[in-house]
Design a protein around this ligand. Structure first.
Ligand code: 8DG
Length: 146
């Protein structure tokens, strides 16, 4: 996806949107939801652990790094879940991958206000960030699988 920015000279300049990756960490039919602690305008809203992909970093490496930084867990990254969701007027996009925890690591809320393991039926019990809503909808059938 590309966004256009109109420069002072009236010429259009193309910029790639910044990719924010998220991990839908699934275990035993539940997904790990994380409540943001900051900034104030989104504190208390729920999201997938993750963050911005750094220059030169693969999306998989970014997810693995963010899961260690935010949760102290090692993960194996799997398939994409749901659509790319445009954020910030197209300046960034949210891309979520399924993931599973390796080695029995236990997630800790190192940066989040709270962590919850949600079943498919519990997905709507938290207030997700707006960009996450279509991704959560796509995730539901994956949690319902026997
Ligand atoms: N990690 C994550 N960010 C999300 C989700 N949904 C959503 O709208 N966002 C937004 C919130 C933030 O504006 C942006 C990601 O920012 P971040 O603060 O998590 O990224 P980061 O860890 O790289 O942070 P920083 O180094 O820039 O401080 O994407 C989601 O499910 N997970």
């Amino acid at each position: 996806m590309r966004t256009e920015r109109i420069t002072d000279g009236g010429q259009s300049e193309r910029r790639e949107p910044k990719v924010v990756v998220g991990a839908a960490i699934v275990s035993g039919g539940r997904v790990l939801a994380c409540a943001r602690s900051a900034p104030p305008e989104v504190a208390g809203r729920w999201e997938f652990p993750g963050g911005k992909v750094e220059p030169g970093e693969t999306e998989t490496a970014a997810l693995a790094r963010e899961c260690v930084e935010e949760l102290a867990v090692r993960v194996e990254v799997g398939d994409r879940v749901g659509p790319d969701v445009r954020m910030a007027h197209g300046r960034s996009l949210l891309r979520v991958y399924a993931a599973r925890i390796l080695g029995g690591d236990q997630p800790q809320a190192l940066e989040h206000a709270e962590l919850r393991w949600l079943t498919a039926d519990e997905l709507d019990t938290v207030t997700w960030l707006p960009a996450d809503v279509p991704i959560v909808a796509a995730l539901r059938p994956l949690l319902e699988r026997p």
